[in-house]
Write a protein that binds this ligand. Sequence first.
Ligand code: HEM
Length: 505
Amino acid sequence: MDSSADTGRVSTAILTAAVLLGFAVLQISRQFFDPHSSLDAIPSFGIPSYPFGFYVGSWNFIRNGRAILKQGYLKYRGQPFKVALANQWLVLLSGQRLIEDVRKADDSLSFADAAKVMFQTEYTIGYEQLHDPFQMNVIRTALTRNIAACFPVIREEIAAAFKDLIPAKDEWICVPAMKTILPIVTRVSNRVFIGLLCRDPDYIKLTTQYTLNVSSNAQWLHVTPSFLRPLAARLFGHLEPATRAAMKHLRPILQHRIAMDDKYGPDWPEGDRPNDMISWLLDEARGHPTRRTVRRLTRTLLNINFAASHTTTHGILHALYTLAANLECVQPLREELESVVAAEGWTKQAMDQLVKMDSFLKESSQTAPTGAIGSVRMATKDFSFSDGTMVPAGTLLAVPVFAEHHDEVNYSNAEVFDPFRFSRMREQDGEENKHQMVTPTLEYLSFGLGRHACPGRFFAVNEQKLILSHIIMTYDFKLRDGVDEWIAVLIKANTTAQLMFRKRR
Ligand code: HEM
């Protein structure tokens, strides 16, 4: 082996790393020192006062963000404060008044621009998705409208997926919770998105991996100098390989569906057009040739999965962990389910009437929302809040959801898990249809708020209810001995936990 060539390669690698690090530091410093993005009037939190303390502050935030947010929230509740991210400030807005300002804001507080920074969406989900996310309207309208019509296939797929992955046996069997529930949820959602191809384990694996890759790629792209990002994303990014891998599965079905749509539009002979996401996307894409390609539809389906799979899985996992820790809730949930299904059958209307289950799932998502922050926005122009605070264009803003959800001001005994908190509220006259899981409020922020509140929430809640119903009717279950101490880890569903199931007795 030629040792001088090796030494040369190592030196080049070190030099390249040093140059990249230098650019990253310059970029970070520019963000913090840029006089145009100065946010001096807003107090900072978690930043040591010594020179360059913000580097330490941003490192601490990466390691311990939830605790820092909670302390900052307690100090500045109702007023804006800021924390250091890897390369810019994040301004936190708490209290009803400021959250209402975020809710009401038009495009001057942009969800897409914030996602562009936080998720590096231009490189992680694709340029065309960023500029023409036409699935948004499909999720909001067609998907939501068709929940009742798709209910039987959703139920069928839940039963089939659980049978495959958690067969109901007389003796206890132990399954890794995340590794089992994630493919089940993804498979069930994809039954509605793409039909029976949802049963292909390779397709399910690549779509779930895609979501993880969007997040991990976003992190390293975030600290890569902006002028290098296009090249770095092309060389090392996940988007192109994931698109090609997914196209291998989807190409035959998409080609067929595009051809049929070109020939017949929505009215196929015999009326046998599948009622699924592909059809709804093609409806929305009619008259837009660039949306009607295999590649574009593949990326769109990947990105619908990005929004749908892990979020719904985390919700179900938290609910299961919580139920396993509060087994006395199982009986009231079963009784409610049995009486509603006896009257209504297995239908969407029945799911809508599960007031106790809705309360249980809402409380579970309230104590463990998908993140410590939510409703992240970027100011597209200088923006004034109703308390007079002004933030310049380019400022990144968010609501400290976790701290809000655990504040006594919003909920009595906020730190105590109270499964039927919301169903009790609904027993009051005039309150019957309020306090539902699908209804975002200024205190309940798990699905975000305002115009960008999650458009998939009706589908997600219905799916969660049906999955939980299937579990409590089919199995007895518990957490494997000795692992329930991590229930307190609320933000991210525990990925190593094991759940135990046996046929219901
Ligand atoms: C329990 C499961 C889910 C949770 C907790 C959740 C949560 C959220 C949250 C917090 C947001 C951001 C809202 C904001 O910034 O104000 C969001 C946005 C979004 N969600 Fe969900 N989501 C879930 C399931 C789904 C599903 C199943 C779909 C699709 C089928 C979906 C599609 C979307 C889309 C497309 C957006 C972006 C909305 C926009 O840009 O206006 N979500 N979701």
